[in-house]
Write a protein that binds this ligand. Structure first.
Ligand code: ARG
Length: 473
C-alpha cells in the first residue's frame, strides 16, 4: 500500500468524516470551520434528538433493543457529565454533534457508531436548533407574561392618576398613568401573539430528512416527531435541512419586542430626568457618576434601549445569511447560531430587567398633575364644550386658540381664568365650563372603549387579567 492510499489516521486526525481524506485539515481551517465553542449550548437538545432517533431505529428494527439501550444510557451519562462540567470539548471534533457522538463511541464501543444510521448532521442540527429555540421561546413567553402582569398591576393602582399625554412630545391632552401603562401592555400583547405564531410554525420535526434527500432506511418520522413533542414531521426533505425561517421569524419578533422596550425605556429616561420628574426609579436600577456626585443615571432603561440595536442587527445578519442560498444545506447555516443565541440571551435579560423594574416604578402624581395643567391640556375639551353649545368645530378651535394665547401671556391655565376673562373670546361660555376644564373632568369624559377614562382603564385591566390567566405560558 502506498502512503497516500493507506488509511492515514494520523493525517486525518479524529474526524468522523475523514475516510476519503489523505491530509490533515489545516489547523487554521479546523478552527475556522469549528462551531463547538458556541453550538455546545445545544447539547441537551442534541442528546434529546439522538435518543428519539435511536428509539425510532429500534422500533423499526434497524437497531436491536440492546443497542438502543446502550446508546440511550451512554448518551444519558454523557449529558450528566456535560451538566456537571466534566466533559472535554474538542475543537478537532468540530461541533456539538460530533463531540457527543465520539464520546458515545468511546464509552459504549462499536454500537455508538450505529447511532448516525439514517440521519445526517444536516437534519440533526435543524432539529437541535428547533428544540433549543422552542425551549427558549417558552422561557421568553413566561417573561413577557410576567412583565405584562406587572404593568396591569401598576395600571390598576394608577387608573385615575393624571398625567399629560403627548404628541410631538408637546403636551396634548390629559391621560391617566394607568392608560399609559396599558398602552405598553398592548404592545407586548402583540409581541406575545407573534411569538406564539412563530412557535407553532417552528414546531415541526425535520428529523429524517437526512443530508437532503431522505434515507433508504424504513424510518418512522411520525414517531420521532411525537417523541420530541413536535406537532408533525416537516413535509419536504430539501426544505427541512435548509429552512431557517423560524430563526428569522423569531428574531423579527424579538426586534419588534426590543423596539417596544426601547420606547418604554426612552419614556422612563425622560420621566426620571430632573426636567420631568414624573416617576422615581429605585436606586438599584440606577448608577451614579464617578465625577458628578448629584447624578442618578437610569442605566437599566438606557441599556435596554441600547441593546435594541444588537437584536435588530442580528435580524439583519440572519436575513443576509439566508439571502441567495441555494438548496439544500450549506455551511453558511452554521452562522445562524451566534446571532440567534445572542438574541435569546439579550431578550431574556431585557425582559427580566423590565419585569423587575416595572413593579418598582413610583409615579409622582402631584408633579404629573401640575405638568398636565401647565400645558393647556384641556384646550380640546373647551373646544368640544363650544361645539356642544352649537358652534362649528373650526370656529371653536379658533376661539380656544385665542384663549390659549391669553393664557400664555397672562401665565394662566384655562381652568384658572375667570368667567369674564373667558367670555371675552365667546359669550357661549357659561359658568358650567369649569367642570370640563378640570383635568379630572377631561379624562372622565373620554369614557368609551379604548379611552383614557379611569373606568375604561379598569375595564382594560380586567380584560387583561382574564387574558393572562388563560395563558398556558
Ligand atoms: N455545525 C454544523 C452547523 O451548524 C452542523 C451541520 C454540518 N453539516 C455539514 N454537512 N457540514 O450547521
Amino acid at each position: 500500500m502506498s502512503d497516500s492510499a493507506s488509511p492515514n489516521t494520523q493525517a486525518t486526525g479524529s474526524h468522523l468524516w475523514g475516510g476519503r481524506f489523505s491530509e490533515a485539515t489545516d489547523a487554521f481551517v479546523q478552527r475556522f470551520t469549528a462551531s463547538v465553542d458556541f453550538d455546545k449550548r445545544m447539547y441537551r437538545q442534541d442528546i434529546q434528538g439522538s435518543i428519539a432517533h435511536a428509539t425510532m431505529l429500534a422500533r423499526v428494527g434497524v437497531l436491536t433493543e440492546d443497542e438502543k439501550d446502550a446508546i440511550v444510557s451512554g448518551l444519558t451519562i454523557i449529558g450528566a457529565e456535560i451538566d456537571a462540567g466534566r466533559f472535554e470539548w474538542s475543537v478537532a471534533l468540530e461541533d456539538v454533534h460530533m463531540n457527543i457522538e465520539s464520546a458515545l463511541t468511546a464509552r459504549i464501543g462499536i454500537t455508538g457508531k450505529k447511532l448516525h444510521t439514517g440521519r445526517s448532521r444536516n437534519d440533526q442540527v435543524a432539529t437541535d436548533i428547533r428544540l433549543y429555540l422552542r425551549d427558549a421561546m417558552d422561557q421568553i413567553a413566561a417573561a413577557i407574561t410576567h412583565l405584562q402582569t406587572g404593568l396591569v398591576t401598576l395600571a390598576e393602582t394608577h387608573a385615575s392618576t393624571i398625567m399629560p399625554g403627548f404628541t410631538h412630545l408637546q403636551t396634548a391632552q390629559p391621560v391617566t398613568f394607568g392608560h399609559h401603562m396599558m398602552a405598553w401592555y398592548e404592545m407586548l400583547n402583540r409581541d406575545y401573539g407573534r411569538l406564539m405564531d412563530c412557535r407553532q410554525r417552528l414546531n415541526q420535526s425535520p428529523l429524517g430528512a437526512a443530508a437532503l434527500a431522505g434515507t433508504t432506511y424504513p424510518i418512522n418520522r411520525q414517531l420521532t416527531a411525537e417523541i420530541l413533542g413536535f406537532s408533525q414531521p416537516t413535509a419536504n426533505s430539501l426544505d427541512s435541512v435548509s429552512d431557517r425561517d423560524f430563526a428569522i421569524e423569531f428574531n423579527s419578533m424579538a426586534a419588534i419586542l426590543m423596539t417596544h422596550l426601547s420606547r418604554a425605556s426612552e419614556e422612563l429616561v425622560l420621566w426620571t430626568s430632573a426636567q420631568f420628574q414624573f416617576v422615581d426609579l429605585p436606586d438599584r436600577f440606577c448608577t451614579g457618576s464617578s465625577i458628578m456626585p448629584q447624578k442618578k443615571n437610569p442605566d437599566v432603561p438606557e441599556l435596554v434601549r441600547g441593546k435594541t440595536g444588537r437584536v435588530t442587527g442580528n435580524l439583519m445578519s440572519l436575513l443576509t445569511l439566508m439571502k441567495s442560498q441555494p438548496l439544500a444545506y450549506n455551511k453558511d447555516n452554521q452562522e445562524d447560531k451566534e446571532p440567534l443565541f445572542d438574541t435569546v440571551d439579550t431578550l431574556l435579560d431585557c425582559l427580566r430587567a423590565f419585569g423587575d423594574m416595572v413593579p418598582a416604578i413610583a409615579p409622582r402624581s402631584a408633579v404629573m398633575y401640575e405638568a398636565a395643567k401647565r400645558g393647556f391640556a384641556t384646550a380640546t375639551d373647551l373646544a368640544d364644550y363650544l361645539v356642544r353649545k352649537g358652534m362649528p368645530f373650526r370656529d371653536a378651535h379658533e376661539v380656544v386658540g385665542k384663549a390659549v394665547g391669553f393664557g400664555v401671556s397672562s401665565g394662566k391655565d384655562l381652568s384658572e381664568m375667570t368667567i369674564t376673562e373667558l367670555r371675552q373670546f365667546s359669550d357661549a361660555i357659561d359658568a358650567d365650563v369649569f367642570s370640563v376644564l378640570t383635568l379630572e373632568g377631561s379624562v372622565a369624559a373620554r369614557n368609551h372603549l379604548g379611552g383614557t377614562a379611569p373606568a375604561q382603564v379598569l375595564y382594560a385591566v380586567a380584560q387583561a387579567k382574564t387574558a393572562l390567566a388563560a395563558r398556558s405560558v
